[in-house]
Design a binder for this molecule. Structure first.
Ligand code: ZN
Length: 455
Protein backbone atom coordinates (compact mmCIF):
# COMPACT_ATOMS: atom_id res chain seq x y z
CA UNK A 1 0.00 0.00 0.00
CA UNK A 2 1.56 3.31 -1.07
CA UNK A 3 0.96 6.81 0.23
CA UNK A 4 -2.26 8.61 -0.69
CA UNK A 5 -3.36 12.22 -0.57
CA UNK A 6 -7.11 12.71 -0.14
CA UNK A 7 -7.63 16.29 -1.33
CA UNK A 8 -10.17 19.06 -1.93
CA UNK A 9 -12.58 17.63 0.65
CA UNK A 10 -14.53 19.09 3.52
CA UNK A 11 -12.98 17.54 6.63
CA UNK A 12 -14.34 17.24 10.15
CA UNK A 13 -11.27 16.15 12.11
CA UNK A 14 -13.10 15.67 15.45
CA UNK A 15 -9.80 16.47 17.19
CA UNK A 16 -9.77 18.15 20.60
CA UNK A 17 -9.73 21.63 19.03
CA UNK A 18 -12.66 20.73 16.76
CA UNK A 19 -10.79 21.68 13.55
CA UNK A 20 -12.88 21.73 10.39
CA UNK A 21 -11.52 22.28 6.87
CA UNK A 22 -13.92 23.32 4.14
CA UNK A 23 -11.22 22.52 1.57
CA UNK A 24 -8.75 20.19 3.22
CA UNK A 25 -6.46 17.26 2.55
CA UNK A 26 -5.24 14.20 4.41
CA UNK A 27 -1.90 12.56 3.68
CA UNK A 28 -1.86 8.85 4.47
CA UNK A 29 1.12 6.50 4.51
CA UNK A 30 0.19 2.83 4.72
CA UNK A 31 -2.10 2.49 7.77
CA UNK A 32 -1.45 5.92 9.35
CA UNK A 33 -2.41 9.56 8.89
CA UNK A 34 0.70 11.66 8.31
CA UNK A 35 -0.78 15.13 7.89
CA UNK A 36 -4.10 16.95 7.85
CA UNK A 37 -4.34 20.51 6.52
CA UNK A 38 -5.37 23.00 3.85
CA UNK A 39 -5.63 21.22 0.52
CA UNK A 40 -3.58 23.73 -1.53
CA UNK A 41 -0.68 23.64 0.92
CA UNK A 42 -0.57 19.86 1.20
CA UNK A 43 -0.86 19.42 -2.57
CA UNK A 44 2.09 21.79 -3.08
CA UNK A 45 4.36 19.97 -0.66
CA UNK A 46 3.44 16.42 -1.72
CA UNK A 47 5.58 14.68 -4.33
CA UNK A 48 4.33 12.97 -7.51
CA UNK A 49 4.94 9.49 -6.07
CA UNK A 50 1.88 9.93 -3.84
CA UNK A 51 -1.47 8.79 -5.27
CA UNK A 52 -3.93 11.71 -5.38
CA UNK A 53 -7.61 11.17 -4.68
CA UNK A 54 -9.74 14.19 -5.61
CA UNK A 55 -12.71 14.46 -3.25
CA UNK A 56 -14.18 17.74 -4.51
CA UNK A 57 -17.71 18.18 -3.15
CA UNK A 58 -17.26 15.33 -0.65
CA UNK A 59 -16.76 15.33 3.12
CA UNK A 60 -14.40 13.19 5.18
CA UNK A 61 -15.22 12.14 8.75
CA UNK A 62 -13.39 9.77 11.09
CA UNK A 63 -14.63 6.18 10.83
CA UNK A 64 -17.67 5.88 13.08
CA UNK A 65 -17.58 3.79 16.27
CA UNK A 66 -20.65 1.70 17.13
CA UNK A 67 -20.31 0.81 20.82
CA UNK A 68 -22.90 -1.98 21.02
CA UNK A 69 -23.52 -4.48 18.20
CA UNK A 70 -24.63 -8.11 18.53
CA UNK A 71 -23.04 -9.52 15.35
CA UNK A 72 -24.34 -13.03 16.06
CA UNK A 73 -27.95 -11.83 16.20
CA UNK A 74 -27.87 -10.48 12.66
CA UNK A 75 -29.46 -13.56 11.09
CA UNK A 76 -32.26 -13.11 13.64
CA UNK A 77 -33.44 -9.79 12.19
CA UNK A 78 -37.23 -9.79 12.18
CA UNK A 79 -37.62 -12.47 14.85
CA UNK A 80 -38.52 -10.02 17.59
CA UNK A 81 -41.08 -7.58 16.28
CA UNK A 82 -44.20 -6.53 18.19
CA UNK A 83 -43.79 -9.06 21.03
CA UNK A 84 -43.22 -8.65 24.77
CA UNK A 85 -39.69 -8.75 26.15
CA UNK A 86 -40.16 -12.20 27.68
CA UNK A 87 -41.54 -13.65 24.43
CA UNK A 88 -38.64 -11.94 22.62
CA UNK A 89 -36.10 -13.56 24.94
CA UNK A 90 -37.51 -17.00 25.76
CA UNK A 91 -39.37 -17.91 22.56
CA UNK A 92 -37.31 -16.16 19.92
CA UNK A 93 -33.77 -15.03 20.77
CA UNK A 94 -32.53 -17.71 23.18
CA UNK A 95 -33.75 -20.54 20.91
CA UNK A 96 -32.20 -18.73 17.91
CA UNK A 97 -28.82 -18.00 19.52
CA UNK A 98 -28.46 -21.36 21.23
CA UNK A 99 -28.98 -23.14 17.88
CA UNK A 100 -26.21 -21.29 16.07
CA UNK A 101 -23.01 -22.99 14.99
CA UNK A 102 -19.64 -21.28 14.76
CA UNK A 103 -20.10 -21.03 10.96
CA UNK A 104 -23.53 -19.44 11.46
CA UNK A 105 -21.92 -16.86 13.74
CA UNK A 106 -19.23 -16.23 11.11
CA UNK A 107 -21.78 -15.57 8.34
CA UNK A 108 -23.99 -13.52 10.70
CA UNK A 109 -20.94 -11.39 11.58
CA UNK A 110 -20.07 -10.94 7.89
CA UNK A 111 -23.59 -9.72 7.11
CA UNK A 112 -23.57 -7.42 10.12
CA UNK A 113 -20.11 -6.14 9.17
CA UNK A 114 -21.33 -5.30 5.67
CA UNK A 115 -24.14 -3.20 7.12
CA UNK A 116 -21.62 -1.51 9.43
CA UNK A 117 -19.23 -0.66 6.59
CA UNK A 118 -22.07 0.58 4.39
CA UNK A 119 -23.10 2.93 7.19
CA UNK A 120 -19.59 4.29 7.80
CA UNK A 121 -18.66 2.23 10.87
CA UNK A 122 -15.02 1.13 11.06
CA UNK A 123 -14.96 -0.04 14.68
CA UNK A 124 -17.48 -1.62 17.00
CA UNK A 125 -17.82 -3.26 20.39
CA UNK A 126 -19.54 -6.64 20.44
CA UNK A 127 -21.14 -7.61 23.77
CA UNK A 128 -20.98 -11.29 23.00
CA UNK A 129 -22.48 -14.14 21.11
CA UNK A 130 -21.32 -17.66 21.86
CA UNK A 131 -18.73 -18.11 19.11
CA UNK A 132 -15.88 -15.63 19.34
CA UNK A 133 -14.00 -17.76 16.78
CA UNK A 134 -16.72 -17.14 14.18
CA UNK A 135 -16.71 -13.41 14.88
CA UNK A 136 -12.92 -13.23 14.81
CA UNK A 137 -12.75 -14.91 11.39
CA UNK A 138 -15.32 -12.45 10.03
CA UNK A 139 -13.55 -9.36 11.42
CA UNK A 140 -10.25 -10.56 9.96
CA UNK A 141 -11.81 -10.65 6.48
CA UNK A 142 -13.93 -7.51 6.76
CA UNK A 143 -10.94 -5.25 7.49
CA UNK A 144 -12.73 -3.38 10.29
CA UNK A 145 -11.86 -3.13 13.97
CA UNK A 146 -13.73 -4.72 16.86
CA UNK A 147 -13.61 -5.30 20.58
CA UNK A 148 -15.15 -8.79 20.82
CA UNK A 149 -16.59 -10.47 23.89
CA UNK A 150 -18.40 -13.68 24.69
CA UNK A 151 -21.89 -13.61 26.11
CA UNK A 152 -21.34 -14.77 29.68
CA UNK A 153 -23.88 -16.15 32.13
CA UNK A 154 -23.44 -18.33 35.21
CA UNK A 155 -26.96 -18.23 36.68
CA UNK A 156 -30.59 -17.46 35.93
CA UNK A 157 -33.89 -19.11 35.11
CA UNK A 158 -35.01 -20.51 31.78
CA UNK A 159 -31.59 -20.60 30.14
CA UNK A 160 -31.12 -23.12 27.30
CA UNK A 161 -29.41 -26.24 28.72
CA UNK A 162 -26.22 -25.88 26.73
CA UNK A 163 -25.63 -22.46 28.27
CA UNK A 164 -25.37 -23.75 31.85
CA UNK A 165 -21.84 -22.89 32.91
CA UNK A 166 -20.04 -22.60 36.22
CA UNK A 167 -18.38 -19.31 37.05
CA UNK A 168 -14.87 -20.71 36.60
CA UNK A 169 -15.79 -22.31 33.26
CA UNK A 170 -17.27 -19.04 31.98
CA UNK A 171 -14.09 -17.18 32.87
CA UNK A 172 -11.72 -19.83 31.48
CA UNK A 173 -13.39 -19.82 28.04
CA UNK A 174 -13.03 -16.05 27.85
CA UNK A 175 -9.34 -16.14 28.75
CA UNK A 176 -8.86 -18.80 26.05
CA UNK A 177 -10.61 -16.56 23.49
CA UNK A 178 -8.51 -13.62 24.55
CA UNK A 179 -5.26 -15.51 24.22
CA UNK A 180 -6.27 -16.74 20.77
CA UNK A 181 -7.65 -13.51 19.25
CA UNK A 182 -6.46 -10.42 21.13
CA UNK A 183 -4.23 -8.28 18.89
CA UNK A 184 -4.88 -10.42 15.80
CA UNK A 185 -5.64 -9.14 12.26
CA UNK A 186 -2.87 -6.50 12.43
CA UNK A 187 -4.15 -5.43 15.84
CA UNK A 188 -7.69 -4.78 14.57
CA UNK A 189 -9.18 -7.38 16.91
CA UNK A 190 -9.26 -6.92 20.65
CA UNK A 191 -10.94 -9.26 23.07
CA UNK A 192 -12.83 -7.98 26.10
CA UNK A 193 -14.72 -9.67 28.91
CA UNK A 194 -18.51 -9.87 28.66
CA UNK A 195 -21.24 -9.86 31.30
CA UNK A 196 -24.77 -10.37 29.95
CA UNK A 197 -26.94 -8.80 32.68
CA UNK A 198 -27.29 -8.88 36.44
CA UNK A 199 -30.20 -11.36 35.96
CA UNK A 200 -27.68 -13.92 34.70
CA UNK A 201 -24.42 -12.98 36.45
CA UNK A 202 -23.39 -13.86 40.00
CA UNK A 203 -21.49 -11.33 42.09
CA UNK A 204 -18.53 -13.70 42.07
CA UNK A 205 -18.50 -13.67 38.26
CA UNK A 206 -18.84 -9.87 38.11
CA UNK A 207 -15.96 -9.23 40.50
CA UNK A 208 -13.62 -11.81 38.97
CA UNK A 209 -14.43 -10.55 35.46
CA UNK A 210 -13.30 -7.05 36.41
CA UNK A 211 -10.10 -8.43 37.98
CA UNK A 212 -9.27 -10.32 34.78
CA UNK A 213 -10.04 -7.30 32.56
CA UNK A 214 -7.62 -5.22 34.66
CA UNK A 215 -4.97 -7.91 34.53
CA UNK A 216 -5.18 -8.13 30.71
CA UNK A 217 -5.63 -4.38 30.20
CA UNK A 218 -8.97 -4.69 28.37
CA UNK A 219 -12.57 -3.65 28.98
CA UNK A 220 -15.76 -5.15 30.40
CA UNK A 221 -18.96 -4.92 28.31
CA UNK A 222 -22.24 -5.29 30.20
CA UNK A 223 -25.96 -4.54 29.77
CA UNK A 224 -26.81 -2.33 32.76
CA UNK A 225 -30.11 -1.01 34.15
CA UNK A 226 -31.83 -2.04 30.95
CA UNK A 227 -35.42 -2.59 32.09
CA UNK A 228 -37.42 -1.68 35.16
CA UNK A 229 -37.72 -5.36 36.18
CA UNK A 230 -33.92 -5.58 36.22
CA UNK A 231 -33.39 -2.86 38.85
CA UNK A 232 -36.27 -4.35 40.87
CA UNK A 233 -34.62 -7.78 40.62
CA UNK A 234 -31.29 -6.35 41.79
CA UNK A 235 -33.02 -4.55 44.66
CA UNK A 236 -34.78 -7.78 45.73
CA UNK A 237 -31.81 -10.15 45.38
CA UNK A 238 -28.77 -7.95 46.10
CA UNK A 239 -30.31 -5.24 48.26
CA UNK A 240 -29.65 -2.35 45.86
CA UNK A 241 -30.48 -1.30 42.30
CA UNK A 242 -28.09 -2.43 39.57
CA UNK A 243 -25.69 0.51 39.36
CA UNK A 244 -25.52 1.08 43.13
CA UNK A 245 -24.80 -2.63 43.56
CA UNK A 246 -22.08 -2.64 40.87
CA UNK A 247 -20.54 0.38 42.59
CA UNK A 248 -20.50 -1.48 45.92
CA UNK A 249 -18.81 -4.43 44.22
CA UNK A 250 -16.10 -1.99 43.12
CA UNK A 251 -16.31 -2.79 39.41
CA UNK A 252 -17.33 0.61 38.04
CA UNK A 253 -14.27 2.02 36.34
CA UNK A 254 -12.94 3.64 33.16
CA UNK A 255 -12.68 0.22 31.45
CA UNK A 256 -16.34 -0.58 32.14
CA UNK A 257 -18.72 -0.10 29.17
CA UNK A 258 -22.31 0.00 30.44
CA UNK A 259 -25.03 -0.45 27.82
CA UNK A 260 -28.56 1.02 27.82
CA UNK A 261 -28.45 2.54 31.35
CA UNK A 262 -32.12 3.52 31.22
CA UNK A 263 -33.18 2.95 34.84
CA UNK A 264 -30.72 5.08 36.79
CA UNK A 265 -31.04 7.65 39.57
CA UNK A 266 -29.26 11.02 39.67
CA UNK A 267 -26.93 9.60 42.33
CA UNK A 268 -26.07 6.69 40.05
CA UNK A 269 -25.27 9.07 37.17
CA UNK A 270 -22.82 10.76 39.57
CA UNK A 271 -21.26 7.35 40.33
CA UNK A 272 -20.65 6.85 36.60
CA UNK A 273 -19.11 10.30 36.29
CA UNK A 274 -16.82 9.80 39.29
CA UNK A 275 -15.65 6.34 38.21
CA UNK A 276 -15.20 7.21 34.52
CA UNK A 277 -17.69 4.55 33.35
CA UNK A 278 -18.48 4.67 29.60
CA UNK A 279 -22.10 4.51 28.43
CA UNK A 280 -23.52 3.10 25.20
CA UNK A 281 -26.90 4.67 24.40
CA UNK A 282 -29.02 2.58 22.03
CA UNK A 283 -31.98 4.84 21.23
CA UNK A 284 -33.94 2.60 18.85
CA UNK A 285 -33.84 -0.40 21.20
CA UNK A 286 -34.68 1.94 24.08
CA UNK A 287 -37.74 3.34 22.30
CA UNK A 288 -38.99 -0.15 21.49
CA UNK A 289 -39.23 -1.40 25.04
CA UNK A 290 -36.73 0.01 27.56
CA UNK A 291 -37.61 3.68 28.07
CA UNK A 292 -35.76 7.01 27.96
CA UNK A 293 -32.17 6.99 29.20
CA UNK A 294 -31.21 10.30 30.86
CA UNK A 295 -28.58 11.09 28.23
CA UNK A 296 -28.51 14.92 28.44
CA UNK A 297 -28.25 14.59 32.22
CA UNK A 298 -25.34 12.13 31.87
CA UNK A 299 -23.54 14.46 29.46
CA UNK A 300 -24.06 17.38 31.83
CA UNK A 301 -22.51 15.30 34.62
CA UNK A 302 -19.46 14.65 32.43
CA UNK A 303 -20.12 10.98 31.63
CA UNK A 304 -18.61 9.64 28.37
CA UNK A 305 -21.74 8.76 26.38
CA UNK A 306 -21.64 7.00 23.01
CA UNK A 307 -24.13 5.38 20.63
CA UNK A 308 -24.82 1.77 19.66
CA UNK A 309 -27.28 0.01 17.39
CA UNK A 310 -27.83 -3.06 19.62
CA UNK A 311 -28.68 -6.29 17.75
CA UNK A 312 -30.81 -6.75 14.65
CA UNK A 313 -33.78 -8.35 16.49
CA UNK A 314 -33.85 -5.37 18.90
CA UNK A 315 -33.69 -2.66 16.29
CA UNK A 316 -33.87 -4.13 12.75
CA UNK A 317 -31.86 -1.26 11.27
CA UNK A 318 -28.25 -1.59 12.35
CA UNK A 319 -27.28 1.79 10.91
CA UNK A 320 -25.46 4.10 13.30
CA UNK A 321 -26.36 7.05 11.07
CA UNK A 322 -30.04 6.47 11.82
CA UNK A 323 -29.26 6.18 15.55
CA UNK A 324 -27.63 9.64 15.44
CA UNK A 325 -30.84 11.08 14.05
CA UNK A 326 -32.94 9.28 16.62
CA UNK A 327 -30.66 10.42 19.47
CA UNK A 328 -31.04 14.01 18.31
CA UNK A 329 -34.83 13.74 18.31
CA UNK A 330 -35.96 11.71 21.29
CA UNK A 331 -34.27 13.76 24.00
CA UNK A 332 -35.52 17.04 22.54
CA UNK A 333 -38.99 15.52 22.67
CA UNK A 334 -38.66 14.14 26.19
CA UNK A 335 -37.42 17.45 27.62
CA UNK A 336 -39.41 19.69 25.24
CA UNK A 337 -36.15 21.50 24.56
CA UNK A 338 -34.78 21.73 20.99
CA UNK A 339 -31.39 22.98 22.25
CA UNK A 340 -30.40 19.71 23.95
CA UNK A 341 -28.26 17.14 22.12
CA UNK A 342 -26.88 19.47 19.43
CA UNK A 343 -25.42 17.87 16.29
CA UNK A 344 -21.79 18.48 17.27
CA UNK A 345 -22.33 16.57 20.54
CA UNK A 346 -23.88 13.65 18.68
CA UNK A 347 -20.99 13.53 16.18
CA UNK A 348 -18.59 13.37 19.14
CA UNK A 349 -20.56 10.43 20.55
CA UNK A 350 -19.96 8.35 17.40
CA UNK A 351 -16.31 9.40 16.84
CA UNK A 352 -13.93 10.67 19.53
CA UNK A 353 -16.13 9.62 22.48
CA UNK A 354 -16.86 6.27 20.85
CA UNK A 355 -13.11 5.68 20.56
CA UNK A 356 -12.67 6.48 24.28
CA UNK A 357 -15.45 4.06 25.20
CA UNK A 358 -13.75 1.20 23.36
CA UNK A 359 -10.38 2.22 24.94
CA UNK A 360 -8.88 2.91 21.51
CA UNK A 361 -8.61 6.72 21.58
CA UNK A 362 -4.84 6.67 21.11
CA UNK A 363 -5.34 5.30 17.58
CA UNK A 364 -8.82 6.17 16.30
CA UNK A 365 -11.78 8.53 16.76
CA UNK A 366 -10.29 11.64 15.10
CA UNK A 367 -8.32 12.54 11.98
CA UNK A 368 -4.90 13.56 13.30
CA UNK A 369 -1.26 12.86 12.40
CA UNK A 370 -0.10 9.57 13.89
CA UNK A 371 -3.56 8.04 14.18
CA UNK A 372 -4.81 5.11 12.13
CA UNK A 373 -6.29 5.96 8.72
CA UNK A 374 -9.89 5.01 9.56
CA UNK A 375 -12.25 7.35 7.72
CA UNK A 376 -15.49 7.78 5.83
CA UNK A 377 -16.08 9.69 2.60
CA UNK A 378 -19.55 11.24 2.43
CA UNK A 379 -21.15 12.30 -0.84
CA UNK A 380 -23.93 14.73 0.09
CA UNK A 381 -25.15 15.12 -3.52
CA UNK A 382 -28.57 13.57 -3.10
CA UNK A 383 -32.12 14.90 -2.97
CA UNK A 384 -32.25 13.77 0.67
CA UNK A 385 -29.16 15.65 1.96
CA UNK A 386 -28.77 18.88 -0.03
CA UNK A 387 -28.32 21.78 0.46
CA UNK A 388 -25.42 21.93 2.94
CA UNK A 389 -26.11 25.24 4.72
CA UNK A 390 -25.14 23.62 8.03
CA UNK A 391 -23.05 20.54 7.20
CA UNK A 392 -22.62 19.39 10.83
CA UNK A 393 -26.38 19.35 11.35
CA UNK A 394 -26.91 17.59 8.03
CA UNK A 395 -24.60 14.72 9.04
CA UNK A 396 -26.90 14.03 11.99
CA UNK A 397 -30.35 14.92 10.69
CA UNK A 398 -30.45 14.27 6.94
CA UNK A 399 -27.60 11.92 6.07
CA UNK A 400 -28.48 8.34 5.13
CA UNK A 401 -26.24 5.30 4.81
CA UNK A 402 -26.61 5.76 1.04
CA UNK A 403 -24.54 8.97 1.32
CA UNK A 404 -21.56 6.93 2.55
CA UNK A 405 -19.53 6.57 -0.62
CA UNK A 406 -16.23 5.10 0.54
CA UNK A 407 -14.83 3.71 3.79
CA UNK A 408 -11.21 3.18 4.82
CA UNK A 409 -9.79 1.33 7.83
CA UNK A 410 -6.11 0.85 8.60
CA UNK A 411 -5.32 2.72 5.34
CA UNK A 412 -7.21 0.18 3.22
CA UNK A 413 -10.38 0.94 1.25
CA UNK A 414 -13.04 -1.46 2.52
CA UNK A 415 -15.63 0.15 0.26
CA UNK A 416 -14.90 2.47 -2.66
CA UNK A 417 -17.60 4.25 -4.66
CA UNK A 418 -20.18 2.05 -2.86
CA UNK A 419 -18.49 -1.18 -3.99
CA UNK A 420 -17.44 -3.51 -1.16
CA UNK A 421 -13.85 -4.64 -1.74
CA UNK A 422 -13.15 -6.97 1.17
CA UNK A 423 -15.58 -9.86 0.70
CA UNK A 424 -17.89 -11.17 -2.03
CA UNK A 425 -21.01 -9.32 -0.90
CA UNK A 426 -23.48 -11.22 -3.11
CA UNK A 427 -22.18 -14.57 -1.84
CA UNK A 428 -22.51 -13.43 1.79
CA UNK A 429 -26.12 -12.31 1.21
CA UNK A 430 -27.02 -15.65 -0.37
CA UNK A 431 -25.43 -17.74 2.38
CA UNK A 432 -27.01 -15.54 5.05
CA UNK A 433 -30.50 -16.23 3.68
CA UNK A 434 -29.98 -19.98 3.73
CA UNK A 435 -28.38 -20.14 7.16
CA UNK A 436 -30.99 -17.82 8.74
CA UNK A 437 -33.81 -20.09 7.54
CA UNK A 438 -31.99 -23.21 8.72
CA UNK A 439 -31.39 -21.85 12.24
CA UNK A 440 -35.05 -20.85 12.65
CA UNK A 441 -36.12 -24.32 11.57
CA UNK A 442 -33.64 -26.09 13.90
CA UNK A 443 -34.72 -23.86 16.78
CA UNK A 444 -38.41 -24.55 16.11
CA UNK A 445 -39.26 -20.84 16.10
CA UNK A 446 -42.72 -20.20 14.66
CA UNK A 447 -43.80 -16.72 13.61
CA UNK A 448 -47.56 -16.20 13.28
CA UNK A 449 -48.89 -14.95 9.94
CA UNK A 450 -49.81 -11.27 10.26
CA UNK A 451 -52.20 -11.27 7.32
CA UNK A 452 -54.44 -13.80 5.71
CA UNK A 453 -51.89 -15.63 3.53
CA UNK A 454 -53.88 -16.92 0.54
CA UNK A 455 -51.23 -17.91 -1.94
ZN1 ZN B 1 -27.38 -5.80 23.75
Amino acid sequence: MCAQLLMNAGILTMDAAGRQYNRGAILIDRDRIVKVGQSDALQAETGPEVERVDLRGKWVLPGLVNTHVHTSQHLGRGLGDDVSLLTWLHERIWPYESNMTEDDSYVSSLLCGLEQIRSGVTCFAEPGGQHVNGMGRAISELGIRAALARSTMDMGEGLPGRWNEHTQQALDIQVENLERWHGKADGRIRVWFGLRTIFNNSDDLIVRTKELADRYGVGVHMHVAEIKEEVEFAQATRGATTVTHLNRLGVLDRNFLAVHCVWMTEAEIQMFAERGVKVSHNPAAAMRVLGFAKIPEMLAAGVCVTIGTDGAPSNNRMTLIDEMWMTSLIHKGRLLDPTVMPAETILRMVTSEGARAVLWEDEIGSLEPGKKADLVVINPDSATMLPMHDPVANFVTSMHASNVESVMADGRWLMRDRKIRVVDEAAVLEEAKQRAAAIVQRAGIKLPNRFNVVG
